[in-house]
Ligand binder design. Structure first.
Ligand code: GLU
Length: 282
């Protein structure tokens, strides 16, 4: 059975861009199952009232999903088990670098802006030689991407993309992983799992067969497929949808004044009106 999900973070109101993502996920699931997952890894910014509003907004849009929903804040054990497995494979190292350390290590004045990956500046590898035995409670844990590429098993090193911008089969290459992505963080300094690890563990645990999400996460998919391969998890197919932008080309979800769905609701708009605004058939 086909199964998709919409995975918002309860750190603010949903905007038109979120409505588009949720409706696409539900549409792509049909006639299978559409799940809602609450990505509340960021404890500082997640709030119960934003979560309640997500439920209200999505119900209002006409979406339904099986209860209870999975919350990432309840999944630390599963993330720890996955991390332990990657550590046991010898692919991880502790990292104490701050953002300022990374900036200092990558800013050679003659070379302009340092190379950017899905998580910002590509990590320069300062702590790469450290062993896990030297890990302190305040260190982040990173994945050594070059080593990971070499450890991939041959049968699951590609993914199938159905989205409009990158449709086709994408194969993992060392150049893409080590040069354009680099050693990503799996566990943050606070000890909490980082997004890449959590999303892979949860999509597999929930039996997601197609991950639908915004195009801004296309590059991150290469990281996710590496983790699936190393953790022996199935790789779903992917559908990265276009981002909803305003007339000036700015992403609506990122605009400070982007209008929340709750505002349209309060003003008496109908869900069909939202569908029309984001270019979906009413
Ligand atoms: N929680 C992520 C977000 O709100 C979505 C991640 C995903 O769909 O993989 O942007």
């Amino acid at each position: 059975m086909k199964r998709t999900r919409f995975a918002p973070s309860p750190t603010g109101p949903l905007h038109l861009g979120h409505a588009y993502a949720a409706l696409i996920a539900a549409e792509r699931a049909d006639p299978g199952e559409f799940l809602l997952r609450i990505e509340d890894l960021d404890r500082e910014r997640s709030r119960p009232h934003w979560e309640a509003q997500i439920f209200d907004d999505l119900h209002w849009l006409g979406l339904r999903w099986p209860e209870p929903v999975l919350r990432q804040s309840s999944r630390q054990e599963a993330y720890d088990a996955a991390l332990d497995r990657l550590i046991a494979l010898g692919l991880c190292y502790p990292c104490s670098c701050t953002r300022a350390d990374i900036r200092a290590a990558t800013s050679a004045p003659q070379e302009g802006v340092p190379a950017q990956g899905p998580d910002g500046t590509i990590y320069p590898g300062t702590c790469r030689q450290r062993s896990m035995a030297t890990a302190k409670a305040t260190d982040a844990i990173r994945l050594d991407m070059s080593k990971s590429f070499k450890a991939l098993s041959g049968n699951a090193n590609a993914f199938c993309e159905y989205g409009p911008a990158h449709s086709g089969v994408h194969i993992l290459t060392e150049d893409r992983l080590a040069t354009s992505i680099g050693d990503v963080v799996l566990s943050r300094k606070s000890g909490g799992a980082a997004y890449h690890l959590a999303v892979v563990v949860d999509d597999a645990a929930q039996g997601i067969t197609e991950v639908t999400r915004g195009e801004d996460l296309f590059e991150a998919t290469f990281i996710h497929v590496v983790l699936q391969n190393l953790l022996n998890l199935d790789t779903p197919s992917y559908f990265h949808h276009e981002l909803i932008r305003d007339e000036a080309g700015k992403r609506l979800a990122k605009r400070d004044d982007a209008r929340a769905l709750a505002l349209y609701r309060a003003e008496g708009a109908a869900p069909q009106e939202i569908r029309r605004l984001i270019g979906l058939q009413a």
